[in-house]
Write a protein that binds this ligand. Structure first.
Ligand code: VG1
Ligand code: CO
Length: 544
């Protein structure tokens, strides 16, 4: 194996965001761009000589080319083994599982998740550590700092590796193991859920289902698990073929982008259960006949019912949610007497809590839920959780949701996204919000009185690390909240996210449309941030 050292120059923009480094494909295709970032990661890590690296991605455009580049750099840097999903494919939760199961040193996951794919769209890469979870902030900061002074990377000159045949190959001392991307994951799911009960409920026609893989990574996983193992009809999985451009759509599981599924679920021939996942398989959207379950409610309902699932029969050690996620799960935790943690946006902040056994279940409002079975959010796991719940409770989704609201109250919730805002406008808007914070507490706006107004700062209770500026919060005395933050996953300008919630304990008033029920707070949010006034827009791009 002949190692070459290639001279390079730093790129100034390799600072990872909420979930890895995400840029346009054209940016990643610049000479040395991907190479620099991968070498910067390896330069920042210690002790991996001879160890195993897991490698795979969501199959989007540039996935295969990137994998070939990374194989060569990993070989030159002294890894002992590479475990790669066949065809270069691995869903994010499957990669997390493989890192844990085979005790790998870490893994590189290639994905820009829910962002569109194709030559003119997005690509991404992130490093996961030995616990299977996204690298913590101290690591991603080190990668970025290294990328600012890097002047060479190491590689080897070899022909491209065959990614399509399962089995072992050797280059010098490096073993390359191409594995089936689905098997280990399917086995893990089988160990968590009651597969015989699910099979029975599906074959008896008690559960009918539709899963939209959105032409992204979960197609092969859903076919194996839902169709082959659980006996659902083949047509239960739609858009199952992973495509490099996701069929030209955003592989983003919400009512706006998974519209094919949404139309069927709200029609008169809706199945009992419908779900979708995103580009890399870590998100989930849950629906039932005539009902959409918000991710915040889904997390709370899962927490309230976890004891019905075999793997969680002992109960939960605790739960966690990202700060902008609604407080629905807090109510469940309080009633069950278990701790509830509030973390900044991004799965990396759950890792320490999961590792320390402080929490079993966690989630985000952005269609992400997961547990201690891996260290990523997990789309199909959430789907199986809900299916298991429906089968066990013998209740339709709508009844489960309404029953939950009656018992715990409803946290009416919505998120408004203003995408591709010019960065200077977005920054000025945030500055404007910041200036108002000291004078807001105590002020009255109609029936709302501000209780607190601050910028969220998180102290990790396990390692004491502190993360500042994690979103602006305005909380009211009646428990309502408005949260503002800028996205850390977008690739064009800035995206402003506004999260709005209000608690409704009165069962007779819970069945309202969120946009109507939250109208006053939506108005207030505009009064505070002036996004419409400052951008000249009259509505958000996406409402979830
Ligand atoms: C978004 C979501 C966040 C999620 C992140 C990665 O981040 O809001 O909750 O963890 O995407 O999800 P941001 O910074 O754009 O708000 V995924 O499925 O895109 O890896
Ligand atoms: Co994702």
């Amino acid at each position: 194996m002949k190692i070459e050292t290639i001279t390079t120059h730093p790129y100034s923009d390799q600072n990872p965001g909420t979930s890895g480094l995400r840029k346009k494909v054209k940016v990643f295709q610049q000479p040395g761009y991907l190479e620099n970032f991968v070498q910067s990661i390896f330069d920042s890590l210690e002790g991996f000589a001879g160890k195993t690296l897991v490698l795979g991605g969501d199959g989007r455009y540039f996935n295969r080319a990137a994998i070939q580049i990374i194989i060569k750099i990993a070989a030159a840097n002294g890894f002992g083994e590479l475990i790669i999903g066949q065809g270069g494919l691995l869903s994010t939760p499957a990669a997390s599982n493989i890192i844990r199961k085979y005790q790998a040193f870490g893994g590189l996951i290639l994905s820009a998740s829910h962002n569109p794919g194709g030559p003119d769209e997005d690509f991404g890469i992130k490093y996961n550590v030995g616990n299977g979870g996204p690298a913590p902030e101290k690591d991603t900061l080190a990668f970025y700092q290294r990328s600012q002074s890097i002047n060479n990377y190491k590689t080897i000159i070899i022909d491209d590796i065959d990614l399509d045949n399962i089995g072992e190959q050797h280059i010098g001392d490096l073993k390359i193991n191409i594995i089936d991307p689905v098997s280990d994951y399917a086995e893990l799911m089988q160990s968590i859920f009651d597969f015989p009960l699910l099979r029975q409920s599906i074959s008896a026609g008690y559960i009918t289902l539709l899963f939209d893989a959105m032409h992204a990574i979960t197609g092969p996983y859903a076919k194996r698990i839902l169709v082959d193992m659980l006996g659902a009809p083949a047509e239960s999985v739609i858009n199952a073929q992973p495509l490099e451009d996701f069929g030209g759509h955003h592989p983003d599981p919400n009512l706006a982008h998974a519209h094919e599924l949404a139309e069927i679920m709200f029609s008169d021939h809706a199945p009992t259960f419908g779900a979708a996942s995103d580009g890399d398989g870590d998100r989930n959207m849950i629906t039932g006949s005539q009902i959409f379950v918000t991710p915040s409610d889904s997390l709370a309902i899962m927490a309230a019912n976890a004891h019905l699932i075999p793997a969680y029969a002992q109960g939960l050690s605790g739960v966690a949610r990202s700060m902008p996620t609604s407080q629905a799960v807090d109510r469940v935790a309080a009633s069950y007497g278990i701790p509830c943690y509030e973390t900044p946006t991004g799965w990396k902040f759950f890792g320490n809590l999961l590792d320390a056994g402080k929490i079993t279940l966690c989630g985000e409002e952005s269609f992400g839920t997961g547990s201690d079975h891996v260290r990523e959010k997990d789309g199909l796991w959430a789907v199986l959780f809900w299916l298991n719940l429906i089968a066990k409770r013998r209740q339709p989704v709508a009844d489960i949701v309404h029953g939950h609201w009656q018992k715990f109250g409803r946290d009416i919730y919505c998120r408004h996204d203003y995408e591709a805002v010019e960065t200077p406008i977005a920054n000025a808007l945030v500055e404007h919000l910041r200036e108002q914070l000291p004078k807001l507490p105590g002020q009255e706006f109609g029936e709302y009185t501000v209780k607190f107004a601050d910028e969220f700062c998180y102290e990790d209770s396990v390692d004491g690390s502190i993360s500042r500026n994690q979103g602006i919060r305005v909380g009211f005395t009646n428990g309502s909240r408005i949260v503002f933050r800028l996205s850390g996953t977008g690739t064009v300008g800035a995206t402003l996210r506004i999260y709005i919630e209000r608690f409704e304990p009165d069962a007779s008033r819970q069945d309202q449309d969120a946009q109507v029920a939250l109208a006053e707070l939506i108005e207030l949010a505009e009064q505070f941030c002036e996004v419409k006034k400052r951008t000249g827009r009259d509505a958000p791009n996406v409402i979830t």
